[in-house]
Design a protein around this ligand. Structure first.
Ligand code: AMP
Length: 243
């Protein structure tokens, strides 16, 4: 039994045609995307909208790290100081997480990498890891959002500590202040969303993560999307991947 969905081939113009064991020709629909973009560009929101449409899984290294910090695990203890300062967590820790995560069964329905890779060494190691696992990426989507829009978004953003749902005090507030509409969890401003930490994170992004745009352009995987609403971004991605 084959699920019928649509995923772009490398040139992003048509669904990939695959012949299964019974020689049936079908169009594969599983999306395997990287979401690139500065903090606050809307990667998390776009990922949630897309996964709801196609059944793929959102993998956010930021969410994984925050959960580890909350649970007080060894990983969480090692990551917390970097995160609170707005710095990147060392590549070695991140690759350890992703090596395990990408092997989990739910990734077979496709995945959206949100906040990973964040450095050139991470991107290079991801390339090797995916080749080892026999997985091909469909695209690296670059969400291009102006800095003033990002700053405004981040300082007004609120996040549910339980289910990671994202709200905005101006444009998408919770129905009851401080309470998640979806799970009833506590909705807060993240520790790393103070003005000082945000400014540091944007500098770190420009220095360490922005070079990934050229990296994926050279790989022939870059898809630039300039849109300010998450819905418009999702529509553009679906149109260009046939998803
Ligand atoms: P995010 O929610 O994606 O903005 O991530 C929050 C914080 O987690 C970042 O500011 C980093 O400290 C850390 N982090 C998340 N993903 C990565 C990554 N791929 N590499 C290094 N640090 C990361």
């Amino acid at each position: 039994m084959i699920n019928y969905c649509t995923v772009a081939d490398k040139n992003l113009s048509a669904p990939r045609q695959v012949i299964d064991n019974s020689q049936t020709l079908y169009e594969e629909t599983t999306m395997r995307l990287i979401l690139l973009g500065a903090p606050g560009a809307g990667k998390g929101t776009v990922a949630k909208l897309l996964t709801a449409v196609d059944g793929s899984v959102q993998i956010s290294t930021g969410d994984i790290l925050r959960a580890a910090v909350k649970e007080g695990t060894e990983l969480g203890k090692q990551a917390k100081q970097f995160m609170d300062a707005g710095d990147l967590v060392p590549d070695q820790l991140i690759m350890g997480i992703m090596k395990e995560r990408l092997k989990e069964d739910d990734c077979q329905a496709g995945f959206l990498l949100d906040g990973f890779p964040r450095t050139i060494p991470q991107a290079e190691q991801l390339k090797v890891l995916l080749a080892d696992l026999g997985i091909e990426l469909d695209a690296a989507v670059n969400l291009d959002v102006p800095r003033d829009v990002i700053l405004d978004r981040l300082t007004t953003r609120r996040t549910c500590v339980d289910c990671s749902a994202i709200y905005n005090v101006k444009s998408a507030p919770t129905k009851v202040e401080g309470v998640c509409d979806k799970c009833g969890g506590k909705v807060v401003q993240r520790d790393d969303e103070t003005e000082e930490a945000i400014s540091k994170r944007l500098d770190v992004y420009n220095e360490k993560t922005a070079p990934l745009v050229d990296f994926y352009r050279r790989e022939g995987l870059l898809m630039d999307v300039a849109a300010t609403s998450s819905e418009a971004v999702v529509a553009a991605i679906r149109e260009r991947t046939g998803g």
